[in-house]
Design a protein around this ligand. Structure first.
Ligand code: ZN
Length: 418
């Protein structure tokens, strides 16, 4: 197994930007050396344009089993909350075998689609036939990711209440429910189950499902540097409830109550005003955006344009997996801004005036931080997770045009190299 593989690319998107004539040496899946502006060696495998695969910052893997199956009217006015009833029906049918099989198939799809690793926001804790077993479902997910060979940050979810003010769980939420003590025991147990390429994080379902004192209790036990994820401000209803209960908007409350830093990933953060955006950016936390799912669920539009002007960091996730395609997530993200602002080419800056390169680089950097895994792009010491963009014969496209075309047009194909 201890074999050095070498590759030569006409162009590569490295953390510092596009480079030409790039040689990579890779041993056991880890990048050993990156050289730019060099000649190929005789033994190199020669290829065109390569980019680093994308970390997937947010997944509920079981929801792949209902992708595209809630696209019919089931309420006077369908919304997130009527979709959630379909999702709960599915969640209460999933067996231990099901979760392994769905996770294995879905993680394979993610790998092929260009995802490097995945943060699994896992809350179907209790086995269907034995409610006192709240760890085997997690273990099945760990095994599935290991069998596929995709990096995994497992985020077991603390989920205790149906709503703000410690409302008791609904019957259909019983499988998700854990006390803080059970949760800490679960973390302890899972800590010893991690396979190579896996990381254990901490996760609060939402400020609806977990109370402030519970979060403080868990955070007191968490080692520094642990990834911490939470759903926040996905729905206007959640904002209204937080204003009623805490007299603060959700992100404002979270930032006031906890020392939020770069280890935190605030998933969705859709409904954030300018004051919250500015403080969120100062905290260093990552906004975990899931553009296709947010569009599918009618959540609202994340204010990416102003958030970027504040210097905000973000990652992307495929969340409900109605579609699994990092390029399509970025296209949706950019198009939502174009439609809202009636502008073109919103997500770019002086370093990257091509939208595809800007979005890919930003989402990659934010995604790596949110995962806590060593997938920080094409550089020595990081895991090799590489996507080759397949250029047509005789194409004169530079790497940055090819990446734009992959994201915005359906003419460019890709394949996973590693
Ligand atoms: Zn989610």
């Amino acid at each position: 197994m201890d074999q050095m593989d070498s590759y030569f690319f006409s162009e590569a998107l490295l953390p510092q930007g596009w480079q030409s004539n790039v040689r990579l040496e890779i041993n056991n899946g880890v990048i050993q050396q990156v050289q730019t502006e060099v000649e190929p060696h005789a033994q190199d495998q020669r290829m065109g344009v390569v980019i680093a695969a994308m970390p997937n910052c947010h997944s509920h893997v079981f929801q792949r089993a209902m992708a595209g199956q809630a696209e019919y009217r089931s309420a006077a006015q369908d919304d997130f909350w009527s979709w959630r009833r379909h999702m709960y029906e599915l969640a209460n049918r999933i067996t231990l075998d099901d979760i392994y099989n769905i996770a294995k198939a879905t993680y394979e799809e993610m790998f092929k689609a260009g995802y490097a690793c995945v943060c699994e926001f896992h809350y179907i804790h209790r086995a269907l036939d034995n409610a006192s077993d709240y760890w085997s479902m997690s273990d099945a997910i760990l095994q599935a990711a290991a069998d596929v060979g995709i990096g995994l940050t497992l985020l077991p979810v603390l989920y205790s209440y149906a709503g703000l003010g410690n409302q008791p769980l609904l019957p259909e939420q019983q499988r998700f429910g854990l006390s803080v003590n059970e949760y800490l025991q679960l973390l302890d147990k899972l800590n010893s189950q991690m396979r190579p390429g896996q990381r254990l994080g901490v996760c609060f379902h939402s400020i609806r499902a977990v109370s402030g004192p519970q979060m403080h209790q868990v955070l007191a036990e968490v080692a520094s540097g642990t990834p911490i994820h939470i759903h926040i401000a996905e729905q206007q209803a959640e904002v209204n409830q937080a204003l009623d209960f805490y007299n603060k908007r959700p992100v404002d409350w979270l930032l006031s109550e906890f020392s939020i830093d770069h280890n935190w990933c605030l998933v969705h953060a859709t409904h954030v005003n300018a004051y919250e955006q500015e403080r969120l950016v100062e905290s260093g936390a990552i906004a975990g955006l899931c553009p296709i799912t947010e569009a599918n669920l009618g959540d609202g539009i994340f204010p990416l344009k102003s958030y970027l002007e504040f210097g905000g960091r973000f990652a992307i996730g495929s969340d409900s997996h109605v579609e699994i395609n990092p390029a399509a997530e970025l296209k949706m993200l950019e198009y939502s801004q174009r439609l809202h602002h009636q502008q073109r080419n919103v997500a770019c800056d002086q370093n990257y005036n091509h939208v595809g390169s800007f979005l890919w680089q930003q989402a990659n950097a934010g995604g790596v931080t949110s995962s806590g895994l060593p997938y920080a792009g094409i550089q020595a010491g990081e895991c090799a997770a590489l996507v080759v963009l397949d250029s047509e014969v005789n194409s004169q496209n530079s790497g940055e045009v090819l990446l734009d075309r992959w994201i915005f047009s359906d003419q460019v194909k890709h394949h996973r190299l590693l």
